[in-house]
Design a protein around this ligand. Structure first.
Ligand code: SAM
Ligand code: DTB
Ligand code: SF4
Length: 345
């Protein structure tokens, strides 16, 4: 049964238990809910880059910081569709389009995004958008166009949030998540580790996410990409074991959610990523670029997945050679094909 009432103390106890016990618990829960050796692959594309009015201290796209990222307009439809086709060829099942906006504004640019959503959806990819704050009618429009998921992160605990962003509130973010959920779009919501927050803030974020009456279907866990010019450029590195503990705790608190390795993989060793998979991570952002910063090359990821004897979810749809390996048991095939269903509580 899914729980929505984890206390911070309970979650910290899970997080701090001996590492082998934590791995065993997370991996056991993972296998009750997902195939053990399968990774879902998402590709990101920044469809509107730079010049964002928000002051998120981690972000290279904020206009408040001098990071060398220039402001651009919405990419032309053909450029985006070509990238989406390429992503599908490489084995991605989800294509996530990001815009450096504080919020969606009705008008020409949103109309353009709606066309992109329709076009990418027609290619047979799950469409995800991350466009900033969204009103209820805008969420409904995205849903009607074929948007499957909306990424909107809470980033950290409610207590630490104000240290990181001053231009919009935690409640603003919760309001957008409600509009997304009410429109029938699945929720992709997670945060960032490595912004100077304490363990209680990292675990507090997970407790907050798990308290929602439906857990987010995807939980992206980003390790801060330190970008020169942003206020967080000189933050301390994240301890890899702490990061793995975060992944495992997310898996245990939200057993049926996809836990996604997101930003920061350029700084992660193969061993660290392998431990994350054992801890219950079952998704990743793949492709050479995240939004504005580099990500491991497709071949490097493919080699890692192969070396670990794992496979990409739904690689059958990929026009690339299959990498491997173990067949998914039929009892869990539905999970591999579309993710688990989750009852509303
Ligand atoms: N503007 C929209 C918004 O903020 O909702 C969508 C794009 S925004 C770049 C998406 C998410 O990327 C942020 O919420 C944050 O969690 C993550 N992110 C941005 N910069 C990052 C960085 N330097 N390191 C790690 N994650 C980052
Ligand atoms: C998420 O949680 N991480 C992705 C996606 N959602 C949109 C973005 C990571 C961005 C990293 C910095 C950059 O490349 O600009
Ligand atoms: Fe803008 Fe999103 Fe970056 Fe914040 S995270 S500055 S809202 S693009």
């Amino acid at each position: 049964m899914l729980r929505h009432d984890w206390s911070l103390e309970e979650a910290l106890e899970i997080y701090h238990q001996p590492f082998p016990d934590l791995m065993f618990q997370a991996q056991s829960i993972h296998r009750e809910n997902f195939p053990g050796n399968t990774i879902q692959r998402s590709t990101l594309l920044s469809i509107k880059t730079g010049g964002c009015p928000e002051d998120c201290s981690y972000c290279p796209q904020s206009a408040h910081y001098d990071t060398g990222v220039d402001r651009e307009g919405v990419l032309p439809t053909e450029v985006v569709l070509a990238q989406a086709r390429q992503a599908k060829t490489e084995g991605s099942t989800r294509f996530c389009m990001g815009a450096a906006w504080r919020e969606v504004k009705d008008g020409k640019e949103f109309d353009q995004v709606i066309k992109l959503v329709e076009g990418v959806s027609d290619l047979g990819l799950e469409v995800c958008c991350t466009l900033g704050m969204l009103s209820a009618p805008q969420a409904e429009r995205l849903k009607a166009a074929g948007c499957h998921a909306y990424n909107h992160n809470l980033d950290t605990s409610p207590e630490y949030y104000e240290e990181i962003i001053s231009t919009r509130t935690y409640q603003d973010r919760l309001d957008t998540l409600k509009n997304v959920r009410d429109a029938g779009i699945t929720v992709c919501c997670g945060g960032i580790v490595g912004m100077g927050e304490a363990t209680k803030d990292r675990v507090g974020l997970l407790v907050e996410l798990a308290s929602h009456s439906t857990h987010p279907e995807s939980v992206p866990i980003n390790m801060l990409v330190k970008v020169e010019g942003t206020p967080l450029a000189e933050e301390n590195d994240v301890d890899p074991i702490d990061f793995v503990r975060m992944i495992a705790t997310a898996r245990i608190l939200m057993p049926k959610s996809y836990v996604r390795l997101s930003a920061g993989r350029m700084e992660m060793s193969e061993e660290m990523q392998a431990l994350c998979f054992v801890a219950g991570a079952n998704s990743m952002f793949a492709g050479d670029k995240l939004l504005t910063t580099p990500n491991p090359k497709d071949d490097a990821d493919r080699n890692l997945v192969k070396k670990l004897g794992m496979k990409y979810q739904d690689d059958a749809n990929s026009t690339r050679e299959q990498t491997s390996c173990s067949k998914i048991p039929s009892a869990t095939a539905d999970v591999a094909n579309g993710g688990p269903s989750q009852s509303l509580s």
